[in-house]
Design a protein around this ligand. Structure first.
Ligand SMILES: NC(=O)c1ccc[n+]([C@@H]2O[C@H](COP(=O)([O-])OP(=O)(O)OC[C@H]3O[C@@H](n4cnc5c(N)ncnc54)[C@H](OP(=O)(O)O)[C@@H]3O)[C@@H](O)[C@H]2O)c1
Length: 262
């Protein structure tokens, strides 16, 4: 579905970024994987190459405009184009989550809002400047259910996710006339990932539950009575990145499996 598409992924060593990278590679994309640290992202690229895919790794801070710009120049020099830009960056929630808003420091409240909007804005804008020349491209990111519903002790995370979804709509409104689609993915929590543990553990503790019990509670609120898997997310990402999704732009795919109505 993605044969010879040139895809740049930011935060590619994370749970989401790594799963999306492997799924894109298995559909024939040429991957340029980036992360804040080189070693973890190089390990993902090595895995993909040893499975017969095409991937290379680089250290790129997704909050550094000049570093992203220089990196995209190098991708264009090697591959000639950028077809897909995927922002999968995530920051540790240990100090940001689990604190009531009335007690939360301004800095801890603002950090996710600034980080998640900045990485998406910079990576999208700099990719779009290259994609406009080809009148084609797909810009993607990932959000969480906090964008659309209130959870206790989620701090600035909800506003950050809502801002990302708003930016998806605004980018699309400006870029779709130039052949560039902009789409987000909003999965349920994904058991086994550090992000889910950080998000669920404080709320489990506050409710006197174990993490496993809290996961079961979350699962019981979905229609199929289960949380998301990385495969659910990555397979949808492949479709949304492909030309088959030509009618999808300015929207965030609701992968909450019934927890959130559209
Ligand atoms: N996992 C879930 O259950 C879930 C569900 C819904 C949505 N999401 C969303 O998906 C996104 C990724 O989550 P995840 O579970 O994959 O998180 P993760 O496993 O913690 O991965 C995040 C990745 O982002 C990298 N990163 C952080 N700051 C960066 C920067 N400035 N530049 C480049 N890379 C940077 C991290 O690198 P370092 O390790 O070097 O810092 C890490 O590899 C988040 O927005 C999260 O909210 C996750």
């Amino acid at each position: 579905m993605l044969k010879d598409k040139v895809a740049v992924i930011y935060g590619a060593a994370g749970a989401v970024g790594g799963a999306v990278a492997r799924a894109f590679a298995s559909e024939g994309a040429k991957l340029f994987l980036t992360g804040r640290r080189l070693a973890p992202v190089a390990a993902v690229a090595e895995d993909i190459v040893s499975a017969g895919g095409s991937a290379e790794a680089a250290q790129v801070d997704a909050l550094d405009e000049q570093a992203i710009d220089r990196y995209l120049q190098s991708v264009i020099a090697k591959a000639g184009r950028v077809d897909i830009s995927f922002d999968a960056v995530g920051i540790p929630g240990t100090k940001l989550l689990g604190v009531p808003l009335v007690e939360l420091d301004l800095e801890q409240f603002s950090l996710p809002i600034t980080t998640y909007t900045t990485s998406y804005f910079l990576t999208a804008r700099l990719a779009a400047r290259r994609m406009v020349a080809n009148e084609s491209g797909v810009i993607m990111t990932v959000t969480t259910l906090q964008s659309r519903t209130g959870f206790p002790t989620a701090g600035g995370f909800g506003p950050a996710m809502a801002a990302r979804e708003a930016l998806t709509r605004e980018l699309s409104a400006e870029l779709a006339p130039h052949g560039i689609r902009v789409v987000g993915l909003r999965p349920q929590g994904i058991p086994g990932t550090d992000s889910l543990k950080e998000a669920f553990e404080p709320r489990a503790k506050a409710s006197g539950m174990t993490l496993e019990q809290f996961e079961e509670l979350g699962a019981s609120r979905t229609h199929p009575r289960r949380l998301s898997t990385l495969a659910d997310l990555a397979n949808t990402a492949v479709f949304m990145a492909s030309d088959k999704a030509s009618g999808m732009t300015g929207t965030t795919v609701n992968l909450s499996m019934g927890t959130l109505d559209d």
